[in-house]
Design a binder for this molecule. Structure first.
Ligand code: ZN
Length: 291
């Protein structure tokens, strides 16, 4: 192939990716930059306007809950520095699930700083056996690859990270290795319980997707409803989003108005969020388009 032919091939592929269903999501990650902020006490927000990443200062190293979108690593590193932390102190990266918009910086963090990557066991298996389900092929940047996690997460695990003990559950549905987790956070005065549900998009519950993975009876949807019910009654003072939604945007706007109090401390959000998702999934399942 000549240089010119290689270049034309590159342009062709670029155009193809840009017109793919999710292609437009990968161009100009920087347009999603939002200023990082302290969410509460030792919990900080370092994600963008679409994909959430939380940084927990455990008192003995930093923990990242998710690693941002593929192509957004530089932005994440900038966010960590901006808050006054050194990215080299990130000892652990816990992934909500094995989709490319959440594991972007994971391998970089491991190679550069020796951070340990944690992933739900079924998604580690998915990387090996059904790598296409990671959706990594939707990323036009071929420098990203799949990986073996350093540690796998199983249902019911309790793991300690510095001064923070995290209780994990597997909440299969969006992927089979999606996790929910719960842990105490503190601002030095009060202790609050943070809760995180790692993945509830219905893009992997549509009929074409389920038929392709061999689930012709759409059992995954029932599994997903079961996962929501499994953790619905956990007590959570601080809900940590997996993706940005309108509720998050409102809370952030309120926080930036700085009228006292912390809008992210709200024990009703966890239940409201999961009930909304449950109802939306039931409606999705009843929609003739999805049957
Ligand atoms: Zn996902």
């Amino acid at each position: 192939m000549t240089m010119r032919e290689k270049y034309e091939e590159y342009i062709r592929r670029q155009k193809e990716m840009a017109s793919a269903p999710m292609g437009r999501l990968w161009t100009n990650q920087e347009s999603r930059y939002i200023e990082p902020f302290r969410l509460f006490g030792n919990v900080y927000y370092v994600g963008d306007s679409w994909v959430c990443v939380h940084l927990i200062d455990t008192g003995d190293g930093l923990l990242l809950l998710d690693a941002g979108n593929c192509g957004a690593t530089a932005m994440l590193i900038h966010a960590i520095w901006s808050l006054g932390f050194n990215p080299a102190d990130v000892r652990w990266v816990i992934l909500s699930h094995g989709h490319l918009d959440h594991f972007g910086a994971a391998v970089f963090m491991r190679r550069m700083f020796g951070s340990k990557i944690y992933l739900g066991e079924p998604d580690a298996k998915m990387f090996r056996e059904r790598p296409e389900l990671s959706l990594i092929q939707e990323n036009p940047d071929v420098s990203h690859g799949l990986f073996e996690p350093d540690e796998i997460i199983r249902d019911g695990d309790v793991k300690r990270f510095g001064n923070t003990e995290i209780k994990f559950y597997l909440v299969p549905g969006h992927t089979m290795g999606a996790i929910a987790c719960f842990f105490d956070v503190t601002d030095g005065t009060s202790v609050m319980r943070a809760g995180f549900f790692g993945g509830l998009g219905f893009n992997t519950l549509g009929k074409d997707y389920l038929i392709e993975i061999g689930d012709t009876e759409y059992k995954t949807r029932q599994i997903c409803l079961g996962s929501i019910a499994k953790v619905r009654n956990e007590h959570v003072d601080i809900f940590l989003n997996n993706h940005v939604d309108n509720r998050f945007k409102k809370k952030l706007a309120l926080m930036r108005e700085n009228q006292g109090g912390n809008p992210f401390v709200d024990p009703s959000t966890w239940g409201e969020y999961l009930d909304e998702k449950r109802d939306a999934l039931i409606a999705f399942m009843a929609d003739p388009k999805n049957i």
